[in-house]
Design a protein around this ligand. Structure first.
Ligand SMILES: [Zn+2]
Length: 160
């Protein structure tokens, strides 16, 4: 399986989560796309987080799904006691599980390196846009090559 396209959307000073540096989508074999991959600034540098969801547990009283850390049920308000959780190897409670992810080291490296490469390119491009010819008061009239323009607009809407 080959990575045929990587797209990165940079975030700067994103509200509420300044550790989140960007979103990314990856296409495999020109046929399968994974979106909502996050590029996060961690204590030991940038890392890639695959799309994930919060782990939930059902309320004993009404059956509503609540986040694991919730102290009260969102639906009926009953107090939630601490329940047995699935745990990481390191013993911490697993609050998120990945929805799609590589299952071997080789693919993990390939995905990570491809995203980081595109991320660096995108950072360079955005810096060039800032100190280059983009003195227009209308930021939407940036110099985007016509053949990519529509795609870029669409991916902005899709939030990647
Ligand atoms: Zn409940």
């Amino acid at each position: 399986m080959k990575i045929t396209e990587v797209r990165v959307k940079l975030l700067t000073g994103y509200e509420g989560d300044e550790k989140l540096r960007g979103f990314c989508s990856i296409t495999f074999d020109d046929e399968y796309v994974v979106r909502d991959i996050k590029i996060i600034e961690g204590a030991r540098g940038l890392f890639v987080a695959m799309p994930s969801r919060r782990v939930t547990a059902r309320c004993q009283k009404c059956g509503n799904k609540n986040h694991l850390r919730a102290r009260f049920c969102n639906e009926c308000g009953v107090g939630l006691s601490s329940r047995p959780h699935s745990r990481h190897e390191r013993g911490s409670t697993r609050l998120f599980v990945d929805i799609a992810h590589p299952i071997n080291q080789e693919m993990r490296h390939l995905v990570h390196d491809s995203i980081m490469e595109e991320f660096e390119l995108e950072v360079t491009r955005s810096e060039q846009r800032e100190d280059g010819h983009d003195k227009s008061p209308y930021p939407q009239q940036r110099h985007i090559s016509p053949k990519h323009r529509d795609d870029d607009d669409r991916s902005m809407e899709a939030g990647i």
